[in-house]
Design a binder for this molecule. Structure first.
Ligand code: ZN
Length: 165
């Protein structure tokens, strides 16, 4: 008897993510598979849809268009910001994700560091993988029902999952 992947199951995955030229962009650690809660937007929509109904041991290759991945890349989403606009204690690195908050509305906008100069930092509101066709090589390692607490939080707990302190 094996459970198949459906809404509210916790799924363990081994994966490799490549772009359309075969360059590896990301992969799960051998001893630390990705754990996610199916049906709760923990992973990109195109991959989540492809995994629906799959079971432990299934291997699949999934090609996800940008619209079903991290979205299209929007032009004009780069900004140059004075270095002084960032807190002194934050060590800025290229590729780092940060969040700015609109002090009036409280809305949060993620952004990514593209370049760090002496006086100026270039930021991009696009996710680094926006506009990229995603090629996933995936193996389903485990499927189980989520606990009530996991459903409440919207993410898995336990080894490989979300840790609370
Ligand atoms: Zn939690």
């Amino acid at each position: 008897m094996s459970t198949s992947i459906a809404a509210d199951t916790v799924v363990g995955l081994r994966y490799v993510l490549r772009n359309s030229t075969g360059e590896t962009l990301d992969r799960s650690e051998d001893d630390d598979p990705l754990l996610y809660l199916h049906g709760h937007s923990n992973i990109v929509p195109g991959l989540e849809r492809a995994l629906d109904g799959k079971a432990t041991g299934d291997k699949l290759v999934v090609v996800v268009a940008p619209e079903d991945g991290y979205g299209a890349r929007e032009a004009g989403a780069e900004r140059k910001v004075p270095r002084g606009a960032f807190p002194d204690d934050v060590e800025l690195e290229v590729g780092m994700e940060l969040v700015m908050e609109d002090t009036k509305t409280g809305d949060e906008q993620p952004f990514w560091i593209k370049a760090v100069g002496a006086d100026t930092v270039t930021i991009d509101l696009n996710h680094p993988l926006a506009g990229v066709e995603l090629h996933f090589d995936v193996e389903v390692l485990s499927v189980r029902a989520a606990t009530a607490e996991e459903l409440d939080h919207g993410h898995p707990h336990g080894p490989g999952g979300h840790h609370h302190h």
